[in-house]
Design a protein around this ligand. Structure first.
Ligand code: NAD
Length: 545
C-alpha cells in the first residue's frame, strides 16, 4: 500500500440502557429465546474447520441447571496436535499480511459486534455465565468492542516507535511476531477477556491456540464465529476444548510454544510457569509468559469519607456479577466512628436487592457460575458463621434448588487476618474489618500486608492528606488504584488493567504494554555508502617535520 494509513481514532462504545420499551431490550430478548431453543452444538475450530469428536458433554445454565443450553465436543491430544500444526501452517501468511489488513479484521469484528452480533454475544453471556443485561452489555458488547478498536490503535503506535539514524545510514525496527504459536487460556468471568486474549497476539501477527474456559464455551464459540464473519483467515486462531491438564501439557511440550496469554487463578498460572521452566531446553525461544490472575481487592475508608458513597461502592463493588470479578471488593477497612452509618446504608441497600434469574431484569444479583463455585463459596460462608471473631451483617443464604444462588453476604470480622479477609473467594462475600479511627496509618500497613495479591484497591476520603497517604502507603498493593470510586469497572483506554505481586505479570490488557509482549523486534541497519577499506583515518601517522 503506498500510503501511511491511520487507524480510526477509537472511542469507547456507549453502554445501551435496555430500559423497558427500548429497541435493544426487544432485540436482546428475541435473541435470548432463539439461543435457548437452539441448544448449540459446539465443535472445536481448527484450521477454520469445525471438528466434531463425538465425545460430547452437555452445558447448562448456572441460573437454571435443569436447562441444557448446548453440547460441547471435547478434544484430546490428537486434536491439540492438529491445532498446533494449523497454527504453524497459517503463520507465514498471517505474519506477513499487512498490518492494515490484520487490523481491519478486528475493526470489522467491532462494528459487527456493535450491531446484530451484540444480541448474540450478550444473550450467550447471560445464558452461559449468568450475567444480567447490564453486566453482559458492559462486558461482551462494550469492552470487547473497545478491545477490537483500541488495540489496533495501540499497535499502530508501537510500530511507529523507530530508532534514529545517523548520516549515511537508515535504522529501522521491525516488530516481528513471536517465532511459534501463542497459547491463550481464558477464564469464565469475562467474555471480553475471552475475546481479547487470543486476538491481541493475533493482531500483532501471531497465530494462536485458544482454550476457552469450560464454563464459557457458548460465548467462546460465538466469538470464533464473529471473527470468522469478520474475515479472520483459517488457522490464525484455533479454538480447542477438553480437559485442561492434558491440553496444556501437550501445548507446553511443543518446541514451537512461544508464549502464554493467560487470565485465571494464580495456582493455574503458577503451574504453567513451572512447566515452562522445566521445558525450557525444548523451546526454540524463551516463551513470553503473560498472566493476569487472582485478587483480594480492598476498600480502605478514612474517617473523612462520605459514608453513603462508601456504602454504594461496597455494594456495587462487591456484589455486581455476584462478586465474580477479579477486581471485586472483598475486604474493607472502615473506621469505628463511620461504621454505624456505613453499616446501616449497606444493609438498607442490600434489603432492596433481589436475587434470581438474570432473565428478570429486576434481579440485581444472579447465580454463581457452577456447582463447584457454589460449594466453595458456601463453604467460606459456613466457616465464617462459625468463626467467633465474625458477625454476619447481611445475607448468608445459599440456595441451589434451581440455580446456584448465593445472597450478597457481608461479614464483620474483628480479626483483620481472618480467612475471609485474606483469601480470594470469588463470590458475593464481603468482609469488613472495623478499625479504631485513630489507627489510620497502621490500617494502611495492614491492608498492604494482608494478602499476597495486588490487583485492585480503593481509598475513600475527603481529606486530601489522607488520600496522599493512602496513595503512597498502598503504592504496590494494587495495579489499579481508585480514589473515591469502587475498585471494579476498568474501561479499555481509560484504566489499563492488571496487577502485580501474586496477581500477575501486570502487562495491562487493553494497552500498548500488553501488545508489545507479542512482538520480537528486529533492528535493521542499512548503510548507503559502505566503506571499502578497513583502515580508519585515525590510523594515519603525522608527517615528521
Ligand atoms: P481458573 O484458573 O479456574 O481457569 C482459567 C482457565 O484456566 C480456564 O480456561 C481453565 O479451563 C484453565 N485451567 C484450569 N485448570 C488448568 C490447568 N491445570 N492447566 C491449564 N489450564 C487450566 O479461573 P476461572 O475460575 O475461570 O476464573 C476466575 C479466576 O480468574 C479468579 O482467580 C480471578 O481473580 C481470575 N481473573 C483474573 C483477572 C485479571 O485480570 N487479573 C480477570 C478475570 C479473572
Amino acid at each position: 500500500m503506498n500510503s501511511r494509513t491511520l487507524i480510526p481514532a477509537p472511542v469507547n462504545e456507549p453502554v445501551l440502557s435496555y430500559a423497558p420499551g427500548s429497541l435493544e431490550r426487544a432485540k436482546f430478548y428475541a435473541r435470548l429465546s432463539e439461543l435457548k431453543s437452539r441448544k448449540t452444538e459446539i465443535p472445536l475450530i481448527i484450521g477454520g474447520e469445525e471438528v466434531r469428536t463425538g465425545k460430547k458433554h452437555e452445558i447448562r445454565s448456572p441460573y437454571d441447571h435443569g436447562q441444557v443450553i448446548g453440547k460441547v465436543h471435547e478434544g484430546g491430544v490428537p486434536e491439540i496436535r492438529k491445532a498446533v500444526a494449523a497454527a504453524a501452517k497459517a503463520r507465514a501468511d498471517w505474519a506477513h499480511t499487512p498490518f492494515e489488513a490484520r487490523a481491519a479484521v478486528f475493526l470489522k469484528a467491532a462494528d459487527l459486534l456493535a450491531e446484530d452480533w451484540r444480541w448474540t454475544l450478550n444473550a450467550a453471556t447471560m445464558l452461559n455465565q449468568s450475567k444480567n443485561l447490564h453486566q453482559a452489555e458492559i462486558d461482551s458488547a462494550c469492552e470487547l468492542i473497545d478491545f477490537y478498536r483500541f488495540n489496533p490503535h495501540f499497535a499502530q503506535d508501537i510500530y511507529a516507535q523507530q530508532p534514529s539514524s545517523s548520516r549515511g545510514t537508515w535504522n529501522r525496527m521491525q516488530f516481528r511476531p513471536l517465532e511459534g504459536f501463542v497459547y491463550a487460556v481464558t477464564p469464565f468471568n469475562f467474555t471480553a477477556i475471552a475475546g481479547n486474549l487470543p486476538t491481541a497476539p493475533a493482531l500483532m501477527g501471531n497465530t494462536v491456540v485458544w482454550k476457552p474456559s469450560g464454563a464459557a464455551m457458548l460465548s467462546g464459540y460465538f466469538i470464533m464465529k464473529l471473527l470468522e464473519k469478520a474475515g479472520l483467515p483459517p488457522g490464525v486462531i484455533n479454538m480447542v476444548s477438553g480437559p485442561s491438564g492434558p491440553i496444556t501439557d501437550t501445548l507446553l511440550a511443543s518446541p514451537d510454544f512461544a508464549g502464554v496469554h493467560f487470565t485465571g487463578s494464580t495456582p493455574v498460572f503458577r503451574s504453567m510457569w513451572n512447566t515452562t521452566a522445566r521445558n525450557l531446553p525444548v523451546y526454540k525461544s524463551y516463551p513470553r509468559l503473560v498472566g493476569e490472575t487472582g485478587g483480594k481487592d480492598f476498600v480502605v475508608v478514612h474517617a473523612s469519607a462520605d459514608p453513603d458513597a462508601v456504602a454504594a461502592a461496597l455494594v456495587r463493588g462487591a456484589f455486581e456479577f455476584q462478586g465474580q470479578k477479579c477486581s471485586a471488593a472483598s475486604r474493607a477497612y472502615v473506621p469505628s466512628d463511620l461504621w454505624p452509618r456505613v453499616r446501616r446504608a449497606v444493609k438498607d441497600m442490600l434489603a432492596s436487592i433481589e436475587v434470581g434469574s438474570p432473565e428478570d431484569p429486576g434481579n440485581f444479583v444472579n447465580a454463581v457460575i457452577d456447582r463447584r463455585a457454589f460449594e466453595k463459596i458456601k463453604g467460606y460462608i459456613v466457616a465464617a458463621k462459625r468463626d467467633k471473631s465474625n458477625k454476619i451483617v447481611s445475607g448468608g443464604v445459599c440456595d441451589d434448588s434451581a440455580g446456584y444462588f448465593i445472597h450478597p453476604t457481608v461479614v464483620e470480622s474483628a480479626d483483620p487476618r481472618s480467612v475471609t479477609m485474606c483469601e480470594e473467594i470469588f463470590g458475593p462475600l464481603l468482609t469488613v474489618h472495623v478499625y479504631p479511627e485513630k489507627k489510620w496509618k497502621q490500617t494502611l500497613k495492614l491492608a498492604d500486608t494482608t494478602s499476597p495479591y495486588a490487583l485492585t484497591g480503593a481509598v475513600f476520603a475527603r481529606d486530601r492528606k489522607a488520600i496522599q497517604e493512602a496513595e503512597l502507603g498502598l503504592e504496590n498493593a494494587a495495579g489499579n488504584f481508585y480514589i473515591n470510586d469502587k475498585p471494579t469497572g476498568a474501561v479499555v483506554g481509560q484504566q489499563p488493567f492488571g496487577g502485580g505481586r501474586a496477581s500477575g505479570t501486570n502487562d495491562k490488557a487493553g494497552s500498548f504494554l500488553n501488545l508489545i509482549r507479542w512482538t520480537s523486534a528486529r533492528t535493521i541497519k542499512e548503510t548507503f555508502d559502505p566503506p571499502t577499506d578497513y583502515r580508519y583515518p585515525w590510523m594515519g601517522r603525522e608527517k615528521k617535520t
